[in-house]
Design a protein around this ligand. Sequence first.
Ligand SMILES: *Cc1c(COP(=O)(O)O)cnc(C)c1O
Length: 420
Amino acid sequence: MNYFDLKNGVLHAEDVALPDIAAAVGTPVYIYSRATLERHAQVFRAGLSALDNPHLAFAVKSNPNLAVLKVLARQGYGADVVSGGEMDRALAAGMAPEHIVFSGVGKTAEEIVRALNAGIGQFNIESEEEGRELATLANALNYQANAVLRINPDVDAGTHGKISTGKADNKFGVGIHRAPEIYGRLNALPGLNMRGVAVHIGSQLTSLEPLETAFTKVGILIAELRDHGHKITHVDLGGGLGVRYRDGDNPPEPAEYGAMVARVTKDWGVRLMFEPGRVIAGNAGVLLTRVIRVKPGSGNAPFAIVDAAMNDLARPALYDAWHDFDAVEPNGRKMTTNIVGPVCETGDTFAMGREIDVVEANDLGVFRTAGAYGATMASTYNSRGLVPEVLVDGDKFAVVAERISPETILAAEHVPDWLK
Ligand SMILES: *Cc1c(COP(=O)(O)O)cnc(C)c1O
């Protein structure tokens, strides 16, 4: 559920008419709804109400905007970060260091030291090599780093190949069959407080089955680790819950997910941790764009060329992802159209042969479900600026990330003296 609805024939974010934002900020622009973010945060938490004090860490990579993180911090969420930059954002948003989890296969020594000094709550170790390095660095600084070992359960998440992370040939975690020996060796190192395991098999999961398969394997592993005398107190079950991008998508509700988790984990006796991203932010944002012009295509469908492009919203080009497109002031008529951006790549295509509201040059439209993996993946390709972000709260809105103009980007480039 979200708060982007038609009121008097005009699409609003909560109580703000989107043309007002376009007039004030220009297009393209990402627009987030605070009420939607809060609702999703609360629904996810409520879905886990059968669990004892779960730790909720918002996956910052899905939407790292500082104001968005602040909204979630105020909902009691911590953060799952995958770089020093994301850690800085979570801290800047006021999240407690101990509520931050540091994931990622390529943590550098510099990032590890910064995270140790910041006092973050947990390192999710992705390899024995990383664990050894963390132990050495922590020991040298007299820290005991809380850590869990991320395992790769070799489960097919049934999602797009580029966002699957739990198959044996993916780069993430350590193979589940090797986990006990690796865990044993890491547990013996000074500087590390090994306290459990983590798993995250992919994103935009639309079925609970692969998650249940993975969690069941984790349960067996926990028993084995305990048999070896290890104290397992924390298990991080990752994120991955899918959202509805289009009619027919039927992702599990957080309550169904929570019920499955409660059933599978009931005898584990650990504190469970979660890293939801998309399910919180996805439907809390839209990308507002203006139609530049409409030109005929070779078949029946014309091309609607919009001022947003693959550099602003990469998911269609990256993952063949679908984003619903709606006119901001629909007139009730429909047309079949190809929706494309101005970038000089055929991949800069948002939709082919899509039935959408009739739009003409200068009309506004939105790509929906753009709150996760949207602005954060933006680039400046084709020397376009970086898309701004706006947060709506009731009848007010604020620019929460400024548009970075092509001039500003150009100003950061230099021609060396010897080329002048
Ligand atoms: C990307 C990621 C998440 C969030 O995934 P969603 O599908 O957005 O919920 C959580 N944990 C880890 C380790 C990730 O890499």
